[in-house]
Every structure is written in structure tokens, then in C-alpha cells.
Design a protein around this ligand. Sequence first.
Ligand code: NAD
Ligand code: UDP
Ligand code: UDP
Length: 318
Amino acid sequence: MAQKTVLVTGGAGFLGSLLCERLLERGCRVLCVDNFLTGARQNVAHLLPNRNFELMKHDICLPLSAQVDEIFNLACPASPVHYQDDPIRTMKTNVLGALNMLGLAKRVNAKILQASTSEIYGDPLVHPQTEDYWGHVNPIGLRACYDEGKRCAETLFYDFQRQHGLNIRVARIFNTYGPYMHPEDGRVVSNFITQALKKQDITIYGNGQQTRSFCYRDDLVEGLLRLMDAPDFVCMPINMGNPNEFTIQELAQLVIGATKSSSKLINLPLPTDDPKKRQPDIGLAIKYLDWSPKVQLKEGLGNTIAYFRDILTNEAAV
Ligand code: NAD
Ligand code: UDP
Ligand code: UDP
């Protein structure tokens, strides 16, 4: 079979970097495009010597020309702290970025996958969330630049499919964690681990009774690859995440236990519109992709803690 060329936008980010690695292992040529807003060249430094790997600094809000067979559109800050830092830029990345990548896919006849999110369900009134749930989203709140931006991107994907016959895939990704998260990323798993390792207070927002379901990075990336490879009728949005649900309080206790930290738990105000519970129904992923996550939270946290320990030790040595 001819060698495939695959474009990964946001390829220098937490998920994108592992996706690039897996694609190279499969023998693909990989074009990694990133503006390094929340990702870093360092995340893909180990891939640079590979002659099938090319790294390009580019903002997907601008048009891009490239000859590719497949596009994974992952570019967008994913942590609430970062996506709310410049909400207009987040919206542009979600909407103009998706439009440009769809325009490119149309011109070169490439298959294209969108990294969508459980946030499109907002603060859900249906539990667990199934793909046919339309969501409960505040269109003018602080999270809207991300939630509504991702919803608009999904609309564009389905309009390009209907209007131009594009071969599209949409993965609705639920909270994913693991090695290569940035220590300053601001999301809950990286915050709790860095706080525990530095013996700082663990910051629980609200009463800690809100829930999330945490998926390990390697499992998630395997799901994205399977979705891209799936038969063409698998073009409905597919939830991807680990259905095991934890309260944020439980997560804090697991992190304290695994790090043997003396950190105290403290409560800070709950951010506005913070979803109260979240759990994916992954029936469609099991049925159509034969995919379900393999790594459970305790094991995944262990690997992630080891990764952060190394980073913090290296930082201390500098
Ligand atoms: P990340 O912030 O580590 O990665 C995003 C990458 O996109 C970064 O490398 C960043 O520099 C790049 N980027 C941002 N704006 C860009 C632009 N305009 N042009 C080019 N590059 C740009 O986050 P992640 O966790 O790896 O998330 C990857 C994708 O998956 C995102 O689209 C995110 O919305 C989605 N997602 C992630 C999760 C999760 O829990 N990790 C959950 C739901 C959805
Ligand atoms: N686009 C791109 N690369 C391409 C083809 C298109 O970035 O190879 C962009 C293009 O600049 C436009 C968007 O994708 O902003 C949508 O393209 P389309 O052809 O659908 O729109 P049109 O140019 O007809 O408005
Ligand atoms: N959270 C917390 N402490 C932190 C960071 C986050 O209690 O230091 C909570 C946050 O309020 C939310 C959950 O953890 O209820 C997950 O937050 P995250 O930012 O990781 O992602 P979200 O799922 O909200 O996009």
C-alpha cells in the first residue's frame, strides 16, 4: 500500500504528540502543524530525527496548503484556564481553523477527523451522556468560546459532508490525562499531581462532589486512530472516554495516596458553569470500533505521577 501522508494540527500538544508518534510507527509520513500556544516543540523533539516527520509552525486560523491523505484536527487549547485566556482567539481557532482544514480536505480529497469534546454537552441534564443528547450549554458564558466553538466546528463538519461529500469523523473526547500534560496546564489531574509533589495545598474547586471520568492518553489516541480507520458509515459523532466516574474529591484522595504527599485539601470557589457530572456512554465506540479503554485511573495516575516527578526533579536540578 502507498505510504499515507497525515496532517496532525495541534500535533505538538498533549494528545497530538502521541498521535504523531503512533502514526510514524505505522509507517505514515506525518506533517505536524502547531502554533505552540499550549504545545511545545519539546513534546515532539524525539520525533524530529525521523525523516517521515515534519514540524511546521503555523496558525490554522490562516489558510494552509499541503498534499495530505488524512487530517486529524486537534489544534485548540483544551484547558479551561488557557482557552479562557483569549476567548476570541479560541473561537477563531475552533471556527476559522476548522473551516480552513475542511477547505483543505475538500481540495485534496482527504479524510478529516475533528477532535470534539464532551463540553458540547455543557452541564448535562442526561447522564451518562449519549451521542444523541443535544446538550445544555450557556452560549454567553466564560466557557462558551470553547463549547460553542466546538459545537460550531461540528456543524461545519456535517455541512461539508452534506454539501461537498467530505469523508468526516467526529470524536467527542472526555477528560483525558497522562504523561506529557504540561505541569502548568491548569487541568485537574496535572494541578493535583504537581501540588501533591510540591507539598502544596490541593485546590478543590467547590465542594468536590462534581464528577469527571478520566481516560488515559494512550487509550484515547488508539480510539482516534480506530475512528479514522473505521468503515465510512461510521461518520456519526462518537464519544471517547473512560466511563469510570469519580468525584473530584475522590481524585484528590487518590493522588494523595499515590504520592504519599502531606498536602492538605483546600476548597476554592467553583468556576462558573462548571459541569456537575460527566460520564461518557461509549456503546457506539465499542460497537463500531471495538474500542474501550484499557488503563484504569490508579494505573494511569501512577505513570503520570512518575512523569511529573521526573520533570520536577529536572527543574530542581537546573
Ligand atoms: P493541548 O492544549 O495540549 O493541545 C492543543 C495543541 O493545539 C497545542 O499544541 C497548541 O499549541 C495547538 N494550537 C492551539 N491553537 C492553535 C492554532 N490556532 N493553530 C495551530 N495550533 C494551535 O490540548 P490536548 O489535550 O492535546 O487537546 C487536543 C485536542 O483534543 C483539542 O482540540 C481539545 O479540544 C481536544 N480535547 C481534549 C480533551 C482532553 O481531555 N485532553 C478533552 C476534549 C477534547
Ligand atoms: N483553504 C485552505 N487550504 C486549501 C483550501 C482551502 O486553507 O487548500 C481554506 C480557504 O482559504 C477557505 C476555507 O479553507 O478559507 C474554506 O474553503 P472553501 O474552498 O470551502 O471556501 P471558499 O474558498 O470557497 O470560500
Ligand atoms: N478542578 C479542581 N481543582 C483544580 C482544577 C480543576 O477542583 O485545580 C475541577 C474543576 O472545577 C472541574 C474538574 O476539576 O470540576 C475538571 O476540571 P478541568 O479543568 O480538568 O476540566 P473540565 O472538565 O472542567 O474541562
